[in-house]
Design a protein around this ligand. Structure first.
Ligand SMILES: [Ca+2]
Length: 313
């Protein structure tokens, strides 16, 4: 008797409503559309992206809700197998990740984890399944894994802000998170012979415009007058420094400076007040996006060392 009452409550809770289901479907479509919003030019875009991946959680909840309520509409013999809603929801989430590369996006396990935890939570709460506590526990484990990228981005940014105006001394492994090698280069952290200091070493393996990029994590540079760094090269050569603000998109809209670098460590500074692009327009120092260090010309085998990237008040 108890079980029948339980079941009635369950069905009432889950009754299929075309109106509500259409609404859920439209919200799902809206969430799906949000995935195509371009974020790469927004401030804190890596944090925004990681936060937006979490939208797979409500999408998973809605998807599973929709399928679970649709199941109540089906003939009795199949509607008894509500756990199939989980299976169908997972299949849809996996299919979505599989087609991502076809629509210019990248596959992500993180998205799948977020979606799967949403599916499990919805299933646990909607169907009052006897094992729902286990399902909820599993969902919470998935959620904690899903939040790792977001937490790590936020922690790195917080640490960087804490030690301003020093952008990096390469003393910690996380310092490398803000750097990107040029397409064919590799870089690594190297420790000096006495083990006292660490710096960024890049081996320039081909000729042309090659080197490394520091991606500014949206720190406002307008409070500072100089960007300084230490550098040395395996052979004396010209090192180019390029600074991009949010509006920079070609040679004419970027700041360029050139330094003669020797084989000994030396400090160099770029004056930040009134830095201008070749067209004579001032760069927006409150919206610097990246700083690129590169050697131009025939530099096959050149080794570029960088350290102590500092903003001076
Ligand atoms: Ca160092």
């Amino acid at each position: 008797m108890t079980s029948i009452n339980h079941r009635n409550h369950d069905d009432k809770h889950l009754r299929f409503s075309p109106k509500r289901s259409t609404l859920i479907f439209l919200v799902l479509v809206a969430l799906g559309t949000m995935a195509f919003i371009p974020t790469h030019n927004l401030p804190y875009h890596y944090l925004i992206n990681a936060a937006m991946n979490a939208l797979h959680f409500p999408a998973g909840v809605l998807l599973c809700s929709l399928l679970t309520t649709l199941f109540t509409y089906l003939p009795k013999w199949i509607s008894r197998y509500r756990w199939l809603a989980i299976l169908f929801s997972f299949s849809i989430l996996i299919a979505i990740e599989l087609v991502q590369p076809l629509v210019g996006r990248t596959r992500s396990y993180e998205d799948l984890l977020w979606g799967a935890s949403g599916v499990l939570i919805a299933f646990a709460y909607l169907t009052l399944h006897p094992f729902r506590q286990i399902v909820i526990a599993l969902a919470l484990v998935l959620v904690s894994f899903s939040t790792i990228p977001l937490v790590s981005h936020a922690t790195n940014l917080y640490r960087l802000h804490q030690r301003m105006p020093i952008l990096t001394t390469f003393s910690e492994d996380q310092d490398i998170d803000f750097w990107e090698p040029a397409s064919q280069e590799r870089f690594f952290l190297k420790t000096t012979d006495d083990g006292a200091d660490r710096f960024l070493r890049t081996e320039i393996k081909h000729s042309g415009w090659s080197g490394v990029t520091f991606v500014n994590p949206d720190i406002d540079w307008s409070m500072f007058t100089q960007l300084c760094f230490k550098s040395r090269l395996s052979n004396s050569a010209e090192l180019h420094t390029r600074i991009d603000d949010r509006a920079s998109h070609d040679y004419q809209t970027r700041f360029h400076a050139q330094f003669s670098i020797s084989t000994q460590w030396q400090s160099f500074c770029v004056p930040l007040l009134h830095i201008r692009n070749p067209s004579g327009d001032r760069l927006l120092t409150n919206s610097i996006v990246r700083v690129v260090f590169f050697a131009a010309g025939q530099n096959d085998g050149l080794i570029l060392d960088l350290d102590d990237l500092v903003l001076r008040p």
